[in-house]
Design a protein around this ligand. Sequence first.
Ligand code: FRU
Length: 497
Amino acid sequence: SLEEALYRPNFHFTPKANWMNDPNGMFYLNGTYHLYFQYYPYGNVWGPMHWGHATSKDMITWEEQAIALYPDDSGLIFSGSAVVDKNNTSGFGKNGIMPVVAIFTYHNMDMEKDGKIDYQTQAIAYSLDEGMTWTKYDKNPVIPNPGIKDFRDPKVMWDEANNKWIMTLAAGNKVMFYSSFNLKEWTLESDFGESIGGHGGVWECPDLFSMKVENSDEIKWVLLVSINPGGPNGGSATQYFVGDFDGNRFVMDDDFSHQLEAKDSIWLDYGKDNYAGVTWSNIPETDGRTLFIGWMSNWDYARDVPTFKWRSAMTIPRDLQLKKINENYYLESLPVDELYNYAENTIQKDLVNSKELEDLINHSNINLANINIAFDLKDLKETNYDFLFFNKEGDMLSLGLNNMETEFFINRTKSGKVDFSEKFAPKISTVKTSEILRELSVQILLDKTSVEVFYNDGEVVMTELFFPNAPFDKFSLSSKDKTFKIENVKIQEFKFK
Ligand code: FRU
């Protein structure tokens, strides 16, 4: 169909039909990456939540599987996580089969309608066939509601040092940490965030994990917290905190606290379309990556975007790195390397001017927008570097650096269909750079209706959707500075089945 041809992404996961929101329960096992997701199988807007399911060998090509979890009398199946219980701490394992345990939120709509506030509880289910089919625990919930209205999205990890499971849970305007030895009985340890960070909206979908600081032996803990609304460019977005976790308590790092004082909140992605993202569990130590995926939409307009058969896609899976530069921490993200296995044709050139760059790109296949462009711009001036993608319909997407105003931007205000929601493109999305930049690397990942821009190796990321009336098939790079040289350009044309 026309809709499929124009808007179905080539290499971003979408359900075949109907509504999707948050990624849930991601784990890796025996060569397979599992992705579950908030899913309403009977319509293209949010409705009673199920967990849909997809599997992949490389996080790029996905196969949709049967629905994993259905709502029942206890409630709808809201967001949560899954862990591989290698030592069978839960006792769900049988005959040497290790169980996979899903931890999710029950949302009881009847109680909500009755005006109660304690309608969200935490529950578990287990799988003995590597995540294909699930049995709900017969003594759910495992954590009853303590009288907190927004009490959801359990993310569980194995705490190696303390030999116990840790659950991070969103609880109104903070997160709560629980611990357990068997995934069934949980003890409240502490909470974090009541008056720290961004509070423009309710806290949702937290994630806590440890990371090695790049080029050092230092281990730090990263806490992701999605908030809606209150994002840097409106609506939903994901912030992060860097600190230490001792099995009981998360304490912010002093340097990170200083960073926060200047900014209020620090975001994983400054675009409008990366929400509720969390990391994969059970990634082998030999791999060692921290792998992340987000929902590529925003509650401000997710229900209104002009795709009808399906609604929403996930972001490209990302490899997260924690870097420390001059006392400042950066949670950087880049697309996973697996993506480049699909590069069929690579064009690479050193020292080109903007005219040569335009020719290179205009001769490649931006038509299908399967292009990854990595620029290296050296010797920038205090001016604009504006990357424009356009088509014969007069639609235009522009993005880049405004070095005068010290900001990166994405401008989708004239990118095609924008008037389906007033909140979609009321203004240009921006993020401040710390200073006037003299060097810049830009990676731009396009896939029909989305752009993911990674500046300086993923130090600053912006992800946004757009819905052109025809594919973008023309490119130009405009700037008042006529002298700049592009150190190196690499265009990868992808090929997907
Ligand atoms: C985040 C969220 C979660 C909740 C789910 C419901 O987008 O609001 O907090 O569990 O979506 O679908």
